[in-house]
Design a binder for this molecule. Sequence first.
Ligand SMILES: *Cc1c(COP(=O)(O)O)cnc(C)c1O
Length: 394
Amino acid sequence: MKDSKKTARKTFLPFSRPTIRQREIEEVVDSLKSGWLTTGPKVARFEELFSRWSGGQEAIAVNSATSGLHLALLTLDLRPGDEVITTPLTWPSTVNNIELCGATPVFADVDRDTLQIEPGQIERMVSPRTRAVIPVHFAGAPCDMDPIEGICRQHGLSLIEDAAHAVGTRYKGRLIGSGCELAVFSFHPIKNITTGEGGMILCHDHERAERMRRLRFHGISRDAWRRYSKGGIPQYEVEEPGFKYNMLDIEAAIGIHQFNDLEGFNKRRRELAENYDDLLSDIPEIMPLGRVSWPHVHAWHLYVVRLEIEAVDIDRDRFISELQDENIGTGLHFPAIHLQRFYREKYGYRPGSLPNAEWNSKRLLSLPLYPMLTRADQEDVASAIKRVIARHRR
Ligand SMILES: *Cc1c(COP(=O)(O)O)cnc(C)c1O
């Protein structure tokens, strides 16, 4: 074993911290002083940046990825009994939105080593009622999109990519979000770039994009900025009942500068991930995720590891709390959602239904990973892990 430090770090190391510089602060102050706080010119600029970056996709800024996924699903006009296939290892909103649109979520198990949704499992779950597939590019690595697109084409299914972890991810050279039917990014503070809260839909089809633009603002055909700026008209027309999902200029002000440094942030995340690979390599009880086998660029949103619970006398939850006592914060991405109370009770899922997701669900945790993290912080994480394991090794 490499030398490990004998005692816990003095200050708490948070699981996540956004990188906010003077330029983001000044841009927000500029918005505050300008008199225009809500959706306006900065949101338009932020959308334009994403659209150009994606090679001309329609870009629709929203107040969260959750809202973006909701709008995307609404455009399918789902009916009770319709089914949408997704992964059990995702944030609740992916699945909640399917339920809230009146459809039935159907789970395809993941690969045990990479935690990416398995195309073969998707195929197995397709039924005459299937309407869409929502793959999640887990942790910032891409799903195997070629076979997934093939299945969707063959069965006439919509393909909505939950790209909350995948700003900057590439699959076989192609940027996630470019040239695809629809992808949704998240700018929650733990994600690779942030706007405080926020999300972006990239979408190929213009009509569908226009409908989502309406639905994000009450279902009316003109947004406030255009109504109240010079030359705008205050009249509006409700086309269908919509939501209040628009992004603020205050938020886009942060996002514009974050987006400009996306490559630098992701490069730093990649270096930190390599450091963890190295620092954890002599801890047999800790298993990092396997790398996907197809050509890709990883956005390294998360560094997920699995604890070999057979080798220690504590479970993962206790492991997390002992790391907390060592002043190390960690995350949980994700406990399998089919076993969460609502889904378990409504659909009668039992342990054993999705073996790979469940196997991982009991063992996984995410280590701190963000641009401001230092190699010394990572050494603290590794030595804390070693101390906790040494106390509990069977
Ligand atoms: C964070 C996350 C979301 C939701 O993003 P918000 O912007 O917080 O709504 C959706 N899916 C996945 C996989 C996520 O990690």
